[in-house]
Ligand binder design. Structure first.
Ligand code: CAA
Length: 380
């Protein structure tokens, strides 16, 4: 066992940190306040290879390992959690299933430009009636000649209003339940596709989260991703990787809040001395630092497990569960260390506090992660 990052991993982390500090940190509060989608940052992330980090170079990606991806995600999210989720969805939820389940024609047409950051992707699984119970898909897909016809509604779709390419899950035969689900590659230009509304959100306000409608959207048969009936497996295995991305996002938010609180405690004086001299604050620093490090170790282990091949669902679920709950704890404590200033928009910790919450909800709630972990534990 060794706990050192490789030279390449350190280089990627440093590059991501420099980029985030230079380009994202100065505008993060403004993006949040204005709920502005950071098009210019997404373009730059594409140029840096951050939009398809694990995709082989042959298919337009950076050809890096999952640990590099986790490191870059943490650094981008440390600056701006919205930029983090935009990057995470494109990498984990769109490029990965295209590379894994797609054929070469699909990889050439869709994966390449997505991995290069020339197109943006979205992953459409959740529906008004299918949240944690993802198998209860009501969106239907019916074959008509050599075209699939999709009808239905998707909810809470990250990048939904800005995406060019959408991975859409739909039911081909309700009698087959999850074994009737299929995955489709849908272009946002398809007739019958529309954005119904964008959510107004507590956090990650610069990323868009949209409700989408599919009204007799015709999808060519060669845009079926994988096999009919394989869709639920495509969805779940994709989310395994996605959860490592969200764990890394939570780490970034935690790291930002922790560092802000640590520095503040050293300079803020009360009763004639820095508040860091009081045990009440010292214990908060200790608890925040310990949970941050534990979350990082679980996340890196999950990323490493993915790189080894084989199933890593439990490692990913544990990393996502722990890192997101740690982020809730750490950002809450950071606001507390800042006191009244922590509640003010003049300081960044209130944004971190709002951004942290979503990591306990999307790509599977904490309750869903506990379902995954306990099911696998009880099977041993
Ligand atoms: N990899 C491969 N196959 C898997 C799998 C995985 N990780 N997980 C389950 N499967 C397979 C099972 O082996 C089983 O296969 P068989 O029928 O062949 O035996 C099949 O899928 C059904 O599995 P379950 O019985 O466990 O399924 P379930 O219906 O009980 O669901 C669940 C379990 C854990 C609750 C799951 O539905 C789940 O993870 N729900 C949360 C959904 C979620 O994360 N949604 C987020 C959407 S994305 C998002 O947040 C928006 C965004 O844009 C960021």
């Amino acid at each position: 066992m060794q706990f050192e990052l490789s030279e390449q991993q350190r280089m990627i982390r440093d590059m991501a940190r420099d980029f985030a500090n230079r380009e994202i940190v100065p505008i993060a509060a403004e993006l949040d306040a204005e709920e502005r989608f950071p098009k210019e940052i997404v373009k730059q992330m594409g140029e840096l290879g951050f939009m398809g980090m694990n995709v082989p170079e042959k298919w337009g990606g950076a050809g890096l390992d999952m640990v590099c991806y986790a490191l870059a995600m943490e650094e981008v999210s440390r600056a701006c959690a919205s930029c983090g989720v935009i990057m995470s969805v494109n990498n984990s939820l769109v490029c990965w299933p295209l590379e894994t389940y797609g054929d070469d024609a699909q990889r050439e047409k869709f994966l390449k430009p997505l991995a290069q950051g020339k197109l943006l992707g979205a992953y459409c699984l959740s529906e008004p009636g299918a949240g944690t119970d993802a198998a209860s898909q009501s969106t239907t897909a019916k074959l008509d000649g050599d075209t699939w016809v999709l009808n239905g509604m998707k909810n809470f779709i990250t990048n939904g209003a800005n995406a060019d390419v959408l991975i859409v899950f739909a039911q081909t035969d309700p009698a087959l339940k999850h074994k009737g689900i299929a995955a489709f590659i849908v272009e946002a230009t398809a007739e019958g596709f529309s954005v119904i509304r964008k959510e107004e959100k507590m956090g990650i306000r610069a990323s868009d989260t949209a409700q989408l409608a599919f009204d007799n959207v015709r999808v060519p048969a060669d845009q079926l991703l994988g096999q009919v009936g394989q869709g639920f497996k495509v969805a779940m295995s994709t989310l395994d990787g996605g959860r490592i991305g969200i764990a890394s996002q939570a780490l970034g938010v935690s790291a930002a809040a922790y560092e802000a609180a640590r520095l503040y405690s050293l300079q803020r004086e009360q009763f004639g001395r820095p508040i860091a001299k009081f045990q009440a604050i010292q214990w908060k620093i200790a608890d925040m630092a310990t949970r941050l490090e534990a979350a990082r170790l679980l996340t890196w282990r999950a990323a490493w497990a993915k790189d080894q091949g084989g199933r890593y669902s439990e490692e990913a679920a544990m990393a996502k569960l722990y890192a997101s709950e740690a982020s809730h704890f750490i950002t809450n404590e950071a606001v507390q260390v800042f006191g009244g200033n922590g509640y003010s928009k003049e300081y960044p910790v209130e944004r971190h506090f709002r951004d942290a919450k979503i990591t306990e909800i999307y790509e599977g709630t904490s309750e869903a992660q506990r379902m995954v972990i306990s099911a696998l534990e009880l099977k041993k």
